[in-house]
Design a protein around this ligand. Structure first.
Ligand SMILES: Nc1nc2c(c(=O)[nH]1)N[C@@H](CN(C=O)c1ccc(C(=O)N[C@@H](CCC(=O)O)C(=O)O)cc1)CN2
Length: 287
């Protein structure tokens, strides 16, 4: 029986970090130190871990790193004042506000306040617009990581039918745009799609980002397809599971990402890549 090739996200992510490390060293020789500011508001345990990982990645790559840990009660005005300060700080090339924010803060107002040139999350409306019209912008990290995983698995995207399940602003919509940019024919499915199983089964490339543990099984997978699982769900037993029923799809898929160890590790690596890009642009160094 055939079994899918497992896409080792951690290994691919480590390879890209080596490339970034070399680029960072070259930039330092030119007197440029990429700088990332991460802002964390509140005590969300998962966010604390992710912010710690971002700080560690900056240290390993020799970036200038600042982490602003603000208390839960921080007002929107205080947060916007900090962003204004970081927008005007030449040491800082990238600003990332860790999401989710506490409920009393308007996420959109905060994202809109980040200068587009420092928007290393790629969430600013101008970055999103640039992505849609195909102009150069900093790409959202998880979607950019998905494209890297597909390419580095040796799968050609051009001419393929890609089906994206999920239409969030953070993953589903941008990943669909990136696949289109790579010349795939793209279908987006969502909670109101009538014939999702039928559509998904036509996909050469299936990307799932719905935030529902093990919701997609082998009935949705075309034999030999590449299946990219963006979901990270905590199960009642404390283990992590993706949106795809991994075990069930192993025999049908041609390639598949595991959770953990698939798309997740790429998110922070692509953030580091965006920070390098932003630093080069700020110092007018060609890409
Ligand atoms: N401003 C942002 N906030 C959030 C983003 C984002 O891209 N920008 N994404 C997520 C959290 N996130 C990074 O911030 C992130 C999520 C998951 C991973 C990861 O490596 N996951 C591992 C499993 C980790 C675990 O054991 O829990 C994996 O999938 O293998 C890295 C970063 C929400 N907020």
């Amino acid at each position: 029986m055939m079994s899918a090739q497992i896409i080792a996200g951690k290994k691919i992510s480590d390879m890209i970090r080596e490339e970034i490390q070399k680029e960072a060293a070259e930039l330092r020789e030119k007197g440029v130190v990429p700088g990332l500011a991460v802002v964390l508001v509140g005590e969300d345990p998962a966010s604390k871990v992710y912010v710690g990982s971002k700080e560690k990645a900056c240290q390993q790559l020799g970036f200038h790193s600042e982490v602003h840990r603000l208390e839960e009660q921080t007002s929107e005005e205080q947060l916007l004042a900090l962003i204004d300060q970081l927008n005007n700080d030449d040491k800082i090339n990238g600003i990332l506000v860790q999401l989710p924010l506490p409920k009393h803060i308007n996420e959109k107002a905060v994202i809109d306040a980040i200068h587009v040139d420092k928007d290393v999350d790629g969430f600013h409306p101008e970055s999103v617009g640039n992505l849609v019209i195909g102009d150069d912008s900093l790409l959202p990290c998880t979607p950019a990581g998905v494209i890297e995983l597909i390419k580095r698995s040796g799968v050609d995207i051009a001419g393929k039918h890609a089906v994206v399940i999920g239409r969030s602003n953070i993953v589903g919509k941008p990943v669909a745009m990136l696949l289109l940019r790579e010349n795939a024919t793209v279908t987006i499915c969502h909670s109101r799609t009538a014939n999702m199983e039928e559509l998904a089964k036509q996909a050469d490339i299936l990307v799932v980002a719905i935030g529902k543990a093990k919701a997609i099984d082998s009935k949705y997978v075309k034999p030999g397809a590449i299946v990219i699982d963006v979901g990270i769900n905590r199960l009642p037993d404390g283990k992590l599971a993706g949106d795809v029923d991994y075990e069930d799809c192993l025999e049908t898929a041609g390639f598949i990402t595991p959770v953990p160890g698939g798309v997740g590790p790429m998110t922070i690596t692509m953030l580091m890549n965006n920070t390098i890009t932003a630093a080069k642009r700020a110092h007018k160094i060609g890409e």
